[in-house]
Design a protein around this ligand. Structure first.
Ligand code: HEM
Length: 164
């Protein structure tokens, strides 16, 4: 589906305007402490003309036939566009984790690094993350690396999503 830039988009959001809308697709997950898995996911980015996007994502684990096995991660937050391709991101997770990220966007690439992570008492140990989102032939590709469960920063998720 063709994507049209909204008239009222705040100029600070320009470098990530390509992400606006709804994306769906499948991805892969892994980590040294768990079994590898596949998931389906939906990402929704919205704006209201102010210099931020609202972001919402939900995922579900799938089997080898692509059938849903169970609900998985939900995350939501705000991507604040501060100008010059720089962003401040706030995310909360259903798993008891809250994060503040610094982001930089340029040329269809959006890179995030955690600035601060907070966890509830019962959340799993997660201490840092790195995310890379890219516009590849009109698809949204992303990779998420994390440092968690005593392990150094390394891949947990990667996915390719299509505009819905
Ligand atoms: C598409 C989104 C995601 C999916 C489908 C997913 C899926 C999974 C699965 C299937 C596991 C194995 C254990 C379990 O079933 O709970 C797991 C473990 C884990 N995930 Fe994720 N995850 C996602 C996003 C995230 C994010 C955003 C974080 C961090 C903020 C995260 C942190 C962890 C941690 C810390 C573990 C524990 C590993 C362990 O118990 O050794 N995950 N994830």
């Amino acid at each position: 589906m063709a994507f049209e830039l909204p008239d009222n988009l705040h100029p600070n959001c320009g470098p990530i305007a390509w992400m606006l809308g709804t994306w769906r697709g499948n991805g892969h997950g892994d980590y040294p402490t768990i079994d590898a898995f596949q998931f389906g996911q939906e990402l929704i980015f919205t704006h209201d003309g102010r210099p931020f996007f609202h972001y919402m994502a939900r995922a579900w684990v799938i089997d080898e036939n692509g059938e849903k096995v169970r609900d998985a991660a939900i995350e939501t937050g705000f991507i604040r566009a501060v100008g010059d391709g720089r962003f401040e991101i706030l995310l909360t997770h259903n798993t008891g984790i809250a994060e503040i990220w610094e982001g930089e966007a340029d040329n269809g690439k959006f890179e995030w690094t955690t600035d601060a992570v907070a966890r509830t008492e019962t959340a799993k140990e997660y201490v840092a993350g790195k995310r890379l989102y890219g516009n590849v032939e009109g698809d949204l590709l992303y990779a998420f690396d994390m440092a968690a469960m005593g392990q150094p920063l390394q891949p947990h998720l990667w996915a390719r999503l299509k505009r819905a």
